[in-house]
Ligand binder design. Sequence first.
Ligand SMILES: Cc1cc2nc3c(=O)[nH]c(=O)nc-3n(C[C@H](O)[C@H](O)[C@H](O)COP(=O)(O)OP(=O)(O)OC[C@H]3O[C@@H](n4cnc5c(N)ncnc54)[C@H](O)[C@@H]3O)c2cc1C
Length: 408
Amino acid sequence: MKHYDIIIAGSGAAGLSLAYHLSRSPLRERSILIVDKCAKDCNDRTWAFWADQPTPFESIVYRSWNRLQVVGDDLDASVDLRDYRYQMIRGIDFYAFVRQELAAFTNIIFLQGVVERIEDGADAARVIIDGQAYTAEWVFDSIFKPSEIRDELADCEYLKLYFKGWEIETDAPIFNPDAATLMDFRTPQKNETRFFYVLPFSPTRALVEFTVFSAARFSQRAYEQALRDYLADTLGVSDFRIVAEESGVIPATDYDFTRQLGRRVMTIGTKAGRVKPTTGYAFLRILQDSAAIVASLVANGHPFDVPADRRAYRWLDAVMLRVMRRHGEQLKPIFTALFRRNPIERIFRFLDERASLWESLRLIASLPPWTFMRTAFQMRSTPQTQVQPQPQARSTTPITERLAGGSI
Ligand SMILES: Cc1cc2nc3c(=O)[nH]c(=O)nc-3n(C[C@H](O)[C@H](O)[C@H](O)COP(=O)(O)OP(=O)(O)OC[C@H]3O[C@@H](n4cnc5c(N)ncnc54)[C@H](O)[C@@H]3O)c2cc1C
């Protein structure tokens, strides 16, 4: 049975980010196996995010904007991002860049195969890949299967966040390449929370992405109709060519994702709750988590000492998700008020869960009160178990003590 210091299950954003951070740390000589069922050689998604600090992936930023267009029914403002940049990285560039960076390391091995099972153990965990067992001192698992937590999800707010994006080309100059459009709610809400992003690359080329929070299934036809309607009715674009497309679905839930799946196995990425449930943004959170995991390994000899999510934000996310599920169309006035009444830095810090209490209170006070307050009050009077931290997921100290012999 082949043994590694580390096995990373899944080479998407979280798996590759972790491998990259390990390769830049004192652990760079450890043996690492990275396994994925896909070759990761196509552009299956793009990551957009705001940042006020450079990331290790500056060199592959495909486009960067220092202005955002914020639009709604009665709102159309071009916002200067000041210290922030809204950036976009294409999945294919990220996969290729990290693989190329890691190619210099003979101790880091890529394997294409299906992870069938991960079994925890006292000194090592076992990963079954295409029927063959591999062991590792630490296993990082980014393979998220909602079916594995179906029973727990039934007790939570659980919506799905659907994405469908078309990169289109037009003959006429339509787009303003100086400003990306964030959360354009000018689309029929149909009792859900629905909006568009427009990431313009030139006056005639842009990625237009439809995003829906929904408890229901969403058909490809419904996606395409919504995209066509938005392009024609809102942007006035009826003549266009689709040059690329992407789609996907991720969880939007207040489920308290477990970080520690036993003594030797840790979750990362979506499976670790790194997707901010009320926005779907995850990329920067994943990079920060990778850095924290590596810092914990280096300092403690185990990976589990990463910052816990702040409970107040989890509770606010739960309130918002409940509003989305019950009154999905109410998110449009809430987000419109958010952008109309707050400076962009305050909004970004709040959504990044870095705002001070004072900033958060000012921001919450700017939102239309009735839906938010009523739902918050209902949740206070009927407390839900899922917004309480689960000891298994958060308490690292006892495990730390049990793992005192961990050697990385
Ligand atoms: C279309 C789309 C657009 C998005 N846009 C943004 C954005 O603009 N900004 C942002 O911050 N976030 C965005 N997200 C959310 C989030 O950043 C991504 O979903 C991100 O890729 C999550 O990283 P991950 O590593 O957890 O999952 P993934 O990147 O999905 O990686 C999981 C990997 O596991 C592999 N795998 C699955 N099952 C197995 C198995 N049994 N055996 C072996 N391998 C397996 C998969 O092939 C995959 O490579 C988007 C998501 C989607 C779907």
